[in-house]
Design a protein around this ligand. Sequence first.
Ligand code: PBG
Length: 329
Amino acid sequence: MITGKYPGLRLRRSRKNDWSRRLIEENNLTPNDFILPIFLIDGKNKKQEIKSMPGVYRYTLDKIYTVVDRAIKKGLPMVALFPYTEKKKKNIIGTEALNEDNLVCRALKLIKKKYKNQIGIMCDIALDPYTSHGHDGLLKKNYVLNDETVKILIDQSLLQAQMGCDVLAPSDMMDGRIGLIRKSLDKNGFKMTQILSYAIKYASSFYGPFRDAVGSKGLLKGNKKSYQMDFRNSDEGLREVALDIKEGADMVMVKPGLPYLDIIKLVKDNFKIPVIAYQVSGEYSLLTNGINNGYVDKDIILESLIAFKRSGANAIVSYYADKLDKILK
Ligand code: PBG
């Protein structure tokens, strides 16, 4: 590796001028590297700021064109839809997930009809926006059931594919669901619907503000440690990825983001497949609240985002995706 020595060799030579630094840059960001999460809420003419996430809003469907227009204009390849579900629509088995008139389904229809394939749409597959206990699956004696949950996730996947979802993103961490979802999609004529598996999703305290955003804050009974991954582990994550690839995942997600760059790199190095990083709500809140207090600025955000690329991520789900004009400048 070392091709010379001081004083003949001076690495600072190539760092001296801006043109030279630009010439040898190894990583950079463009809007193509981002997926924008959009929070949806029922009602009319509402743009509700999420308290714990300054600058992030829930939108009613009459505002959805404005949001998607902007995303397309900024050159983002994909948006991700997340519904805020009213308490009265939640129950212990998350029935609303399979309602073809639910918020996500209505949004999918509106967006697909107007924009066709100008932008991709990704939707979570999981029951947590719809269950009264806030868990991603069916609960029995405080344990989340696997196989029974997967059956519902298959139906949820089919429904969202029918409504026009381009990329299904199971975020539930049940075993075996990628293969079964793939099989059912293929059988029902959705061969080209992609699956982005949240393959390595840690049971993380960084999801707090998101649960506020989708209205499951305070509802969650216990924690998600019996299905989401233990943050002390990394080998286990590679097993998750290997299984999901075998089962037919097109892309895999690592989540949260910044505290897990080692995992992103491991996945990229070992599997050479598209890896998506999720810079989650708690990360956004920490960085953004810092800004409001005057401690950090856009350069800190840029530095954090570049770190994802350096670690090997192909793209980043980020609440900054619609604020890149300022950050990438
Ligand atoms: C739902 C889901 C969660 C997030 C994305 N999909 C929360 C959770 O699993 O509790 C978190 C996203 C974020 O914190 O920004 N399964």
